[in-house]
Design a protein around this ligand. Structure first.
Ligand SMILES: Nc1ncnc2c1ncn2[C@@H]1O[C@H](COP(=O)(O)OP(=O)(O)OP(=O)(O)O)[C@@H](O)[C@H]1O
Length: 354
């Protein structure tokens, strides 16, 4: 099921929660709505679900306007962070619920319901817990039950609002991988809301970055990470150094030296140079001076657990984070207090905010 969202607006009193949002969700894709708290992600999801109405604009499913279709007729499955399971029902009965409450004409026979629930519980790897109650499950298991329950009605669209928000980091990571596999098997058009950039980048086919009720950028994880549309997206996707520099005669400069930047440089004046830590290139400091076109920095801290080493450097009084492989670190023989040269493989520049 493809979803077309056209100029959707929503206000709450004087507050604009969505200011004219348009988006095409492709059939079978796993899409992340990513943005800070209050950016309008949940509001958009609720409008797609039919739980809320837009003040203006349209949402169509496969070209058909949904305005007159109630939530229950949209073939949408939901999983919400706080969408509690029915406490008095077993895991099995929770999953069966959506099928048992169907209108009589559409309701499958009890035997078919049982078969379907068994299949779903196998899929979410919870068959052995079918007779337990929600209070006897871990948080991760509960979310898997919630997902099985959402899938029971064979939705055409699956909507997930911070589905793993309340879980600890390890369980979150496991469930993420698991959801990705599940989606690859089932190919249900799925939209999930998150404010966790790592979750969006790792899990989604495409990421929609939102801020202040607007869509700022839509792209694959690599596109939004490597080519952020603006400084907000660059910042929000995390792991960025912001270095105060200047643009002079169309050239970005840091401490007087020219910085090669991707994309437009912009007008002359104060500017912020954005560099991801893995785009910082370190070199061995020469015995004297600093090589042409490079900067000099001193290692202030070093974390080298795992395959990647993270360094914090002091670049003329500014903190600069760098990331490099452990192998490269040992080639450079850097330690806390060492001097090194610094260059930037990729940098972007945006005007300094006044
Ligand atoms: N029913 C409502 N009445 C008034 N204001 C609302 C209502 N629902 C949402 N808002 C406001 O609209 C804005 C967008 O809310 P929304 O829940 O869509 O944000 P979000 O991006 O999902 O944030 P979060 O990550 O915190 O859930 C917020 O400022 C919120 O306070």
């Amino acid at each position: 099921m493809a979803i077309e969202i056209r100029n959707v607006e929503k206000t709450f009193g004087a507050f604009t929660a969505l200011g004219g949002v348009s988006l095409d969700v492709r059939s079978g894709e796993l899409l992340a709505l990513l943005g800070p708290s209050g950016s309008g992600k949940t509001t958009l999801l609720r409008i797609i679900a039919g739980l809320d109405h837009a003040d203006a604009g349209e949402v169509s499913f496969d070209g058909q306007d949904t305005r007159d279709r109630a939530a229950r007729d949209r073939k949408v499955g939901f999983v919400f962070q706080h969408y509690a399971l029915f406490r008095h029902m077993t895991v099995f009965d929770n999953v069966a619920f959506g099928l048992r409450v169907k209108k009589k004409a559409e309701r499958p026979a009890e035997m078919d319901i049982r078969r379907r629930v068994d299949q779903l519980l196998t899929m979410v790897q919870l068959s052995h817990l079918a007779t337990r109650y929600p209070s006897q499950l871990s948080g991760g298991q509960r979310q898997r039950v919630a997902l099985a329950r959402a899938l029971a009605i064979e939705p055409k669209v699956l909507l997930l609002d911070e589905p793993f928000g309340a879980l600890d980091a390890k369980v979150r990571k496991d469930l993420r991988k698991w959801l990705r596999h599940l989606h690859d098997d089932m190919h249900i058009t799925s939209i999930f809301v998150t404010h966790d950039q790592e979750e969006a980048l790792e899990l989604a086919d495409r990421v929609v970055v939102m801020n202040h009720g607007q869509i700022i950028q839509v792209g694959t994880p690599a596109e939004v990470y490597d080519h952020p549309a603006d400084s907000f997206v660059f910042d929000f996707l995390g792991g960025v150094n912001r270095l105060n520099g200047v643009i002079e005669a169309g050239v970005a400069r840091l401490d007087g030296k020219a910085v090669r930047v991707d994309g437009a440089v912009g007008a002359d004046g104060p500017a912020v140079i954005y560099v991801r830590p893995h785009q910082v290139e370190l070199g061995v400091a020469p015995a004297e001076g600093v090589p042409e076109g490079k900067w000099s920095a001193r290692v202030s801290s070093l974390h080298a657990a795992g395959p990647v080493a993270r360094l914090e450097l002091d670049l003329a009084g500014r903190a600069l984070e760098a990331q490099l492989s452990r192998d490269r670190l040992s080639d450079l023989a850097l330690e806390v207090g060492s001097w090194c040269t610094v260059d930037f493989r990729h940098a972007r520049v945006f005007p300094a905010k006044s």
